[in-house]
Design a binder for this molecule. Structure first.
Ligand code: DAT
Ligand code: MG
Length: 148
């Protein structure tokens, strides 16, 4: 089953949105397989956002993501990578639709509440950066029969 890396960013944690965000993915039918509240070390932040190294906002981005605790998660489900991106909404909250997480809770691109992997390759890479294999839990739920 497909897995993705999702993370409530420091603004989402400070704004008490962990429960709201977890709840949305649970209700959708996805399964939580790993989660932890953590502070991101500088080096991990730079690796995680490595694709944006040359962008003018890279420094601010790393500073922001290390500015307070984040809630890192791995979720599992059919098409969870793309579906989670849809549920998150557009990167810039000025474009994200109501009903999406960023559309409902974020106002600026610099503080847009949530991170989600954008492809199978980035999901694998990001899960590997943030979680050890033994931190991910494989289990089945009876309700899966009513989703799949
Ligand atoms: P996403 O988080 O939707 O995958 P991204 O990978 O393009 O978006 O960018 C990573 C983060 O960088 C994004 O969530 C917020 C920040 N960011 C992106 N574009 C920005 C910009 N033009 N100015 C400031 N921050 C930006
Ligand atoms: Mg991205």
């Amino acid at each position: 089953m497909e897995k993705t890396f999702l993370m409530v960013k420091p603004d989402g944690v400070q704004r008490n949105l962990i429960g709201e965000i977890v709840s949305r993915f649970e209700k959708k039918g996805f399964q939580l397989v790993g989660a932890k509240l953590m502070s991101i070390p500088q080096e991990l932040a730079e690796k995680h956002y490595g694709e944006h190294k040359e962008r003018p906002f890279f420094g601010e981005l790393v500073e922001f993501i290390t500015s307070g605790p984040v809630f890192a998660m791995v979720w599992e489900g059919e098409n969870v990578i793309a579906t989670a991106r849809t549920m998150m909404g557009a990167t810039n909250p000025k474009d994200s639709l109501p009903g999406t997480i960023r559309g409902d809770f974020a106002a600026t691109v610099g503080k847009n509440i949530i991170h989600g992997s954008d492809s199978p390759e980035s999901a694998e890479r990001e899960i590997g950066l943030f979680f050890k294999e033994e931190e991910l839990v494989s289990y089945s739920k009876l309700i899966a029969e009513w989703i799949y």
